[in-house]
Design a protein around this ligand. Structure first.
Ligand SMILES: NC(=O)c1ccc[n+]([C@@H]2O[C@H](COP(=O)([O-])OP(=O)(O)OC[C@H]3O[C@@H](n4cnc5c(N)ncnc54)[C@H](O)[C@@H]3O)[C@@H](O)[C@H]2O)c1
Length: 437
């Protein structure tokens, strides 16, 4: 990655487009509106509440991140999206049932103005979903061209300076990289031939990159994680990233597992189960979509614990992940973890974690941070995969010769050091030897 020579200021309006206007997306939009009206606080958002230490500890320089790097102001954000259902953002948020009626009522007028554009959708990729607000086209390439036109129209109509796209739509069925994903020429040919290896999410990513719009993938689908689109993004100087927002159970996993490894405590097994009752839960009830999520959730331990390097500690881990659709819980997921660890002389111990979380409440600030940081990356001329934003993802994309970094604290350090590097500040190593000479 080249160091930015300069960073263009965030002048004018920034459009935030979300394929999918369901629970996560509408909770994000409503929340930003309440915050900018001074009715609430952006808890969970690093860009709004986080600080960054600069220089030595003795210097006392700790600006807010948003004052250190210039990010788009919340007042300058304009929202748009696509969905399979024609509900406006108020109706969609009411059905999702994340926010209570009091908060929804405050944002009602605003949310009603946000209506979804017709989706590029195919039920073969999300089996449990069917809706009427769907585009028709000659072939997949034609659908991508329609999405490009939507992007241009949205930009013009709202007099926007810049745009970003964050995938907040349902999880698609599990797919592996195929030959048609290897370069842009094969990919475009496959779109024209309606090849099954081209999922709808790839059409949005292709349309975004073609229009110079950064693309972040909040779901575990393959989408932009293929050589054809990675190369295309570099060529067009567009930042891309993913996959899958790191919100509840995996957030805790990537905090606990590094602690065990740091102390050389062994692990025999980790059983993670979830019950949730929102539409995401219903979609994940289909084995194809569940497999995509499962792969994303399973990868984490393997990379953090490095069983090949520590065979006595992590060579025989039983790692299981289950997601059960249980409608009474709605968006309020319960994630249970049973962790079997062992210590000195191999004596076993158990840890139980029961996280009664709110899925979309955890995801909404991530959408905001990704939108603002991807816009920053674009203004700084940083193209292709933005590995420094792995902090936000369960299954982070990285350069082909690397393995992904999952440890939350390494990710956090990487993110902040990247901001320091972009702004020409010293990187922080936490050495501090000079104080003890
Ligand atoms: N909430 C979390 O904690 C969390 C964490 C990680 C990932 N995610 C992922 O984020 C995504 C959104 O979650 P949610 O809870 O908002 O789900 P949701 O079901 O409430 O919303 C998804 C919306 O996407 C729409 N959709 C599906 N395919 C589409 C397409 N091709 N084009 C346009 N719209 C389409 C659906 O109609 C639905 O309204 C899911 O993929 C989920 O797995 C959520």
């Amino acid at each position: 990655m080249r160091k930015p020579a300069s960073i263009a200021p965030p002048k004018g309006k920034l459009g935030v487009l979300t394929p999918g206007m369901g629970a996560v997306s509408t909770t994000f939009m409503a929340g930003v509106e309440l915050v900018r009206r001074g009715e609430s606080v952006p808890v969970g958002s690093l860009t709004q509440m986080g600080t960054i230490r600069l220089g030595k500890r003795t210097e006392g320089r700790v600006p807010r991140i948003k004052d250190f790097v210039r990010l788009a102001e919340l007042d300058d954000l304009v929202f748009g999206g696509w969905d399979v259902f024609p509900d406006d953002a108020y109706q969609a948020a009411s059905k999702a049932g994340v926010l209570d009626m009091k908060d929804l009522a405050k944002a009602q007028k605003f949310l009603k103005t946000i209506r979804p554009m017709k989706a590029a959708f195919d039920q073969n990729y999300v089996k449990k979903l069917q809706g009427p607000n769907v585009k028709k086209g000659k072939n997949k390439f034609d659908l991508a061209e329609q999405l490009r036109q939507d992007i241009r129209d949205f930009k013009k109509k709202n007099k926007l300076d810049r745009l970003v796209m964050v995938w907040c739509a349902s999880t698609e069925v599990f797919m592996k990289q195929e030959d048609v994903h290897k370069d842009l020429q094969s990919f475009e040919k496959a779109m024209k031939e309606n090849h099954p290896a081209i999922a709808p999410s790839m059409l949005y990513a292709y349309a975004a990159i073609s229009e110079g719009v950064p693309f972040a993938n909040g779901a575990p689908n393959l989408t932009v994680d293929i050589p054809a689109l990675e190369d295309f993004a570099r060529e067009r100087e567009v930042p891309i990233g993913g996959k899958d927002f790191k919100t509840g159970q995996t957030l805790l996993k990537t905090v606990l597992a590094p602690a065990f490894k740091a102390r050389m405590l062994g692990l025999n097994g980790w059983f993670s189960t979830n019950i949730l009752g929102n539409r995401d839960g219903e979609v994940l009830d289909d084995p194809g979509s569940f497999k995509t999520k499962e792969e994303s959730k399973l990868g984490v331990l393997e990379y953090i614990l490095q069983p090949k390097i520590y065979p006595e500690l992590y060579g025989k881990i039983h790692h299981k992940v289950r997601i059960n659709y249980y409608p009474p819980r709605g968006d309020n997921k319960e994630g249970w973890d049973n962790i079997d660890i062992f210590g000195w002389l191999g004596y076993p111990m158990q840890i139980k974690v029961d996280f009664l979380c709110r899925d979309s409440i955890l995801a909404a600030p991530i959408v905001l941070d990704l939108a603002l940081f991807f816009d920053l990356a674009k203004r700084a001329g940083m193209r292709g995969i933005q590995e420094w934003l792995s902090f936000y993802f369960k299954s982070p994309m990285c350069a082909r010769e690397l393995y992904p970094e999952h440890d939350l604290f390494i990710q956090s350090m990487k993110l902040k050091n990247t901001l320091r590097w972009m702004m020409g500040e010293d990187l922080i190593t936490h050495l501090g030897a000079e104080y003890y000479d």
